[in-house]
Write a protein that binds this ligand. Structure first.
Ligand code: ZN
Ligand code: ZN
Length: 259
């Protein structure tokens, strides 16, 4: 199983050489020479970031959605319509937790997708919708994924969750935080259990309070930082993460063999 970062930038990253933090997971089943691909989040940049890796929208067997910010879902209209009109109605599985599916359609996608061709009127006109429950997680290509609600935006009006992934690869397990506040108490059991951690990391002078900031992450125990890669960062000069005990910052296009 191979994880490739199509981009490693934040939602507002304006670097010329980076894209939003969406990833491509590839798995080859025994007896097949072609990998199946799952896109982890499909943001507004996906049309360009996937093309940059040489992929077309019909190269994906599945799409996982962590939460409803546009750097994670803003490319779904493009993927839906391109697959429908250009790639013979190819439908990827759409994995998302129950609580995301209705607002994803009603508040994010319906305006552009409800009327496109005779009979198209719902999310399932474009995707094979797989409604997930965090309690059960899901399986894809023989790998089990735990789906973990993590707090992303906490206000007095309410809390926006993102749904992190914990993948049980055959050789390596990995924790992909998606977008989350710095919450070491809640995340520590996952940090400890994972063989490799991909951690949302904010850079720069402003602490938004909705992502873990580098200055917070650097306070984590050495054994956790030693298996932690940082991504979802803005285009500020990067600190020397290796000197601070991390594996480093993931570079755009970088791949990881996860066994
Ligand atoms: Zn994001
Ligand atoms: Zn977000």
């Amino acid at each position: 199983m191979k994880l490739t970062f199509a981009g490693t930038g934040s939602a507002f990253c304006m670097a010329a050489d980076n894209f939003q933090s969406n990833m491509v997971l590839e798995a080859v089943q025994p007896g097949s020479d072609q990998p199946a691909r799952m896109l982890i989040d499909c943001g507004s940049d996906a049309r360009h970031s996937l093309r940059n890796l040489g992929y077309m929208p019909n190269d994906f067997d599945a799409v996982y959605i962590s939460h409803l910010h546009s750097d994670h879902i803003g490319g779904l209209e493009w993927m839906a319509l391109a697959n429908y009109f250009i790639f013979e109605g190819h439908q990827a599985k759409l994995f998302a937790v129950h609580d995301l599916l209705e607002p994803l359609w009603e508040h994010s996608l319906r305006g552009g997708l409800q009327i496109s061709d005779q009979g198209n009127n719902s999310l399932s006109s474009y995707f094979k919708v797989n409604e997930l429950s965090p309690a059960k997680g899901f399986d894809w290509q023989g790998v089990h994924f735990d789906v973990i609600p993590v707090e992303h935006i906490v206000t007095s009006q309410g809390t926006m969750l993102s749904y992190a992934l914990f993948g049980h690869g055959k050789k390596q397990s990995f924790f992909l935080t998606t977008d989350a506040i710095f919450n070491p108490d809640a995340h520590m059991p996952l940090y400890q259990k994972a063989d490799i951690i991909f951690q949302d990391c904010e850079l720069g002078p402003r602490h938004s309070g909705v992502h873990a900031h580098y200055e917070q992450l650097v306070t984590l125990p050495a054994d956790i930082k030693a298996k932690m890669w940082l991504y979802h960062y803005q285009a500020y000069p990067k600190p020397d993460a290796v000197a601070d005990g991390f594996c480093g910052f993931v570079e755009p296009g970088q791949s990881f063999e996860l066994g």
